[in-house]
Design a protein around this ligand. Structure first.
Ligand SMILES: [Zn+2]
Length: 74
């Protein structure tokens, strides 16, 4: 009898672990989509390249490329 209870407990724990794992995976699949769709694109005032707002640098409310040292406010 004790073995049956132990097997039931183990089965329940495995079920909970699998369910949690599958939910975490489903959420992980959704997140990159949201990040790509949700982020605003801005144009560099210097070279005109469009880039995500988080990768842009602002000077006086105007966006510039963060990586390109030639893109600075005149
Ligand atoms: Zn630029």
């Amino acid at each position: 009898m004790a073995r049956i209870v132990l097997l039931l407990v183990i089965g329940f724990v495995v079920y909970l672990a699998l369910r949690g794992f599958l939910r975490a995976q489903a959420r992980g699949d959704e997140r990159p989509d949201r990040a790509v769709k949700g982020e605003d694109m801005v144009a560099c005032a210097r070279c005109g390249v469009h880039l995500p707002r988080s990768e842009a640098r602002t000077e006086g409310g105007i966006f510039y490329c963060q990586d390109n040292p030639r893109c600075r406010a005149p």
